[in-house]
Design a protein around this ligand. Structure first.
Ligand code: NAD
Length: 511
């Protein structure tokens, strides 16, 4: 039973201009797509919410061509004017925050506050990008030649292909699309097969803002799987940059295909994030952080804590507190405000959860709490704690489910070595009140991740910083700081305002 009745769902879809059957492409107008029909399922019930038609190859091609045309006009708009459009997109998202947040809950099973948080992240990105539109700074350099001036400037790049994962169905679009928009790029969004409705709703909202301002259709959408849209987009030379979020396997394939045509990539792939808790840590703080980071979003964040490394002096006490806390987590309908943990996304994710636990036990792990699939409609599992042996192979993989592996350590050096001994490198944390331990963790010889925190968990990053990870996480950076530079092309300019032609490095070429 869902807290959302069938008529409440129908009203929500109507308010967001979604129908039971929806076209899956937008290039300034909605295209009646003719590819495969995909039903978006409510993971809390397993029932369909509405259907979307995928693109055929010709329909993909039409959207890509339109995106290029939109780019050719958009790049001529002054950046602050582009920022004004993005400001209005942010306002429109604010106006629809409740409904969009609820749709995220309905379609991917995030609890209400996380669904709303995802929309807030889009709004935050819009605010950030408005300011950025007046700060796309280049450097000026002193030329070694007299009466010469050197500087660099940043130009729009082209249409950006945005491939998103199911678990952040709209925020990741905003990290990319709004940044790309102020940089003067159009974009072409290929949303997840499991979250097309949120993508359609956001595209409608953004498109209305463009139309009201007479702006070119820079926010395009092409729905379809890797064969219909993902693959063709990655190989499309009209699209100089692909920003792809998803599993490591997907990133390796896309990375190879892009390398083949020397396309640019932003790869945001899987994580296997660890938290270290030292003997001197504030255990109350650590417990709360671990719970949110390991159980939040039912363990389906790229930044979910999957490995907890406990120093021996506090290990027994932390395990006792964790088992107690895990026993009181309210699992259920994500639309119910009392729920803390919702469902997994689909039946395959439940199968992956089962398989990982069987493997963990076969490799010497011991289940301390949880481990069961719930006997109810939808895709619900118990959050699970597993006592693990260092370097157990399954603990080096990302299983997209709420499984937390527990390890013990004696020294901080030993813990950092164990922490870094996985292929992924996204997010990491240490809980300590010792300044030396904190700095040791943040030093060049400490955490090898793209994100390293002290006394906060691994998930829930703010948009102001550059987001992304190292090693098999792909090396891409999105959102804040200077991530915008990847969405533009840098041009180094040298101007000679004198009457002679001195050559650099003192080279003489006199005839
Ligand atoms: P997924 O890899 O199954 O799919 C992600 C997207 O890539 C989908 O849109 C899919 O259709 C597309 N895709 C898959 N193979 C493709 C190919 N060969 N060519 C083109 N497109 C292709 O991932 P998922 O199950 O949707 O999401 C979960 C994964 O995403 C986890 O591994 C998670 O860690 C990762 N993720 C990473 C970040 C990050 O920022 N690092 C953020 C969110 C999710």
């Amino acid at each position: 039973m869902s807290a959302l009745t069938a008529s409440a769902i129908a009203d929500l879809l109507a308010r967001l201009e979604l129908a039971p059957e929806n076209p899956g492409a937008f290039d300034g107008a909605w295209i009646e797509t003719t590819g495969a029909r995909v039903e978006s399922l409510n993971p809390a019930t397993g029932e369909p919410i509405a259907a979307v038609r995928s693109c055929s190859p010709e329909e993909y091609d039409r959207v890509a061509a339109a995106s290029l045309r939109a780019f050719e006009e958009w790049r001529t708009w002054p950046a602050p004017k582009r920022g004004e459009i993005v400001r209005q997109v942010g306002e429109a998202l604010r106006a629809h925050k409740e409904d969009l947040g609820l749709l995220v809950t309905l379609e991917v099973g995030k609890v209400r506050t996380e669904g709303l948080g995802e929309v807030q992240e889009m709004i935050d990105m819009a605010d950030f990008c408005v300011g950025l539109s007046r700060q796309l700074y280049g450097l000026s350099m002193h030329s070694e030649r007299p009466q010469h001036r050197m500087y660099e400037q940043w130009h729009p790049l082209g249409p950006v292909g945005i491939i998103t994962a199911f678990n952040f169905p709209v925020a990741v679009w905003a990290w990319n699309a709004l940044l790309a928009a102020v940089c003067g790029d159009s974009n072409l969004w290929k949303p997840s097969q499991h979250a097309p409705l949120t993508a359609l709703a956001v595209t409608r909202i953004a498109a209305r803002v463009l139309a009201a301002n007479g702006a070119p259709a820079i926010f395009n959408l092409a729905f379809g799987d890797r064969r219909a849209v993902g693959g063709p987009m990655v190989q499309d030379t009209r699209i100089p940059l692909i920003s792809a979020t998803g599993s490591v396997a997907m990133g390796k394939q896309i990375g190879r295909d892009l390398a083949d045509r020397l396309g640019r990539a932003i790869l945001e792939l899987g994580g296997n994030n660890g938290i270290l808790v030292t003997d001197d840590a504030d255990l109350d703080l650590a417990l709360r952080a671990v719970l949110f980071a390991a159980v939040g979003t039912a363990g389906q964040r790229c930044t979910t804590t999957r490995r907890l490394l406990l120093q021996k002096g506090i290990a027994a006490e932390m395990k006792r507190r964790l088992v107690q806390a895990y026993g009181s987590i309210r699992i259920g309908d994500p639309a119910d405000p009392a729920t803390v943990m919702g469902p997994l996304i689909h039946a395959n994710a439940v199968a992956d959860y089962r398989r990982a636990l069987e493997t963990a036990v076969a490799q010497g792990g011991r289940i301390l709490h949880g481990g069961k699939v719930l006997d109810r409609p939808g895709f619900f599992v118990e959050p699970t704690l597993v006592e693990a042996i260092p370097h157990m192979p399954i603990t080096c993989e990302e299983t997209f489910a709420p499984i937390l592996y527990l390890f013990e350590f004696d020294t901080l050096d030993e813990a950092i070595a164990l922490h870094n001994a996985v292929p992924q490198g996204l997010s990491s944390s240490i809980f300590t009140l010792n300044m030396r331990s904190a700095e040791r963790f943040l030093a060049a010889t400490g955490s090898d991740c793209g994100i390293a925190n002290v006394n906060i968990g691994t998930s829930g990053a703010e948009i102001g910083g550059a987001f992304g990870g190292e090693k098999e996480t792909g090396g891409g950076r999105e959102a804040g700081s200077d991530s915008w530079k990847v969405y533009m092309r840098r041009q180094t300019c040298t101007i000679n305002w004198g009457e002679t032609l001195p050559l650099a490095q003192g080279v003489k070429f006199d005839l």
